[in-house]
Design a protein around this ligand. Structure first.
Ligand code: SF4
Length: 380
């Protein structure tokens, strides 16, 4: 049986099992059992990468993310999953998800996309960031060889989603940029089958691949980890600027966008930075972009830090609302009133949630039924 190496905090999953019973986790185990294999790269599960150029001396220039790795023959890029094999870039995780997991869509988090539906989540090994606080580090910091993958073609993933009654397929847990080709193929097939598709990304994907993906993908959740370049550099070995560019690209494409800001005590909890971030969101993405402030729990190389105080999350939310952002959520705090959605015009509670569980949804045809305010999102 494949171990569920899970991105979501154990607490989140325990809570969901408590509410839903064990059916969901059972289902996932049996999916894993039916498809796992020990053979390394069987025929048909190897795919030429997209978005690369050949350079001199058999070097390959990968153009998939902001790093733009120059990869010698026989070597891999920074993300460990794209290898220069005989002068051609290949994805090492195509058709090899680390697992398929069924969750409520709210767990992504994605709050304005057909609330409460079942979503099939796909993930693989590795990442193109190196976040010291990663909650899913056992997956994101592994090479493909270090996790026991399943063998599912994109077509089989979509079929599995339909069979399990899922309305959408998400690509998250680890960074979906690093399994771009599998995600891309899943999205094309899922669209033909009438399923919604989304991804949860760190925002480091380059512009052209993102534009190509957005031609078919319905929604994206982006982690805006901080509004401080130093944080990106020291905590994630990454850069802020490409993430801001990605946010603008998604917004300009008119696809549904939600933002997550995980607040980590002492590292990115400066209210001045949060205020600057909120102003930037309003100016560049608009007041309708849902923003989730989520609570940090000690993890990976950051186990010495405490949980985020709830008053810090409340303060950040007040700042965001003060700047005019209309839908501001508090995540990872069970039962917080800001788990729910309120109409920005009349103030009535429109979607009631506790944690990631939908309790009531009053939104009708994308409108507030009390005052007719248009609520941004995908509602059917
Ligand atoms: S996707 Fe991987 S190989 Fe390509 S530029 Fe980014 S880190 Fe490098």
């Amino acid at each position: 049986m494949v171990l569920e190496l899970n991105r979501r905090s154990f607490l989140k999953r325990s809570f969901l099992c408590f509410l839903f019973g064990s059916a969901s986790s059972h289902l996932l185990s049996s999916l894993s059992q039916s498809k796992e294999t020990d053979s390394p790269f069987p025929k048909g599960f190897d795919r030429k990468a997209m978005f690369f150029k050949r350079a001199e001396n058999n070097l390959i220039h990968c153009e998939l993310c902001f790093r733009k790795c120059l990869i010698p023959e026989g070597r891999r890029g920074f993300c460990r999953v794209r290898e220069n094999i005989a002068g051609e870039l290949r994805s090492l995780v195509y058709g090899r998800p680390g697992g398929l997991q069924i969750d409520p869509i709210e767990l992504e988090p994605m709050y304005h996309m057909v609330p409460g539906h079942k979503n099939l989540c796909v993930y693989t090994a590795s990442c193109n960031f190196r976040c010291k606080h990663c909650h899913n580090w056992s997956i994101s910091q592994s090479t493909p060889e270090q996790i026991k993958a399943l063998y599912y073609t994109p077509k089989e993933i979509v079929e599995e989603a339909s069979r399990q009654g899922c309305q959408s397929i998400s690509h998250s847990i680890n960074e979906p940029t690093v399994f771009y080709e599998m995600m891309y193929d899943v999205v094309q097939i899922a669209k033909k089958r009438g399923l919604l598709t989304l991804c949860h990304t760190n925002g480091g994907m380059a512009k052209n691949p993102m534009l190509e993906l957005l031609r078919s993908m319905d929604g994206v959740t982006v982690d805006l980890k901080s509004f401080n370049q130093k944080f990106y550099q020291e905590i994630s070995e990454a850069r802020l600027e490409p993430v801001l560019e990605t946010l603008k690209v998604i917004h300009d494409s008119n696809k549904h966008l939600e933002i997550v800001n995980l607040i980590i005590p002492t590292l990115n909890d400066h209210m001045d930075d949060i205020k600057k971030m909120c102003k930037w969101i309003v100016e560049n993405l608009g007041r309708n972009t849902p923003l989730h402030f989520t609570r940090f729990s000690p993890s990976y190389k950051m186990t010495h830090l405490p949980y985020t105080p709830i008053k810090t999350l409340d303060e950040a939310r007040s700042i965001a609302m003060g700047e005019g952002i209309k839908y501001v959520y508090v995540g990872n705090v069970v039962g917080h009133p800001a788990n729910s959605t309120y109409c920005p015009k009349c103030g009535k509670k429109l979607i009631e949630r506790t944690h990631f569980i939908l309790l009531k949804n009053h939104v009708k045809n994308g409108l507030c039924p009390f005052c007719n305010e248009k609520i941004p999102g995908i509602w059917s």
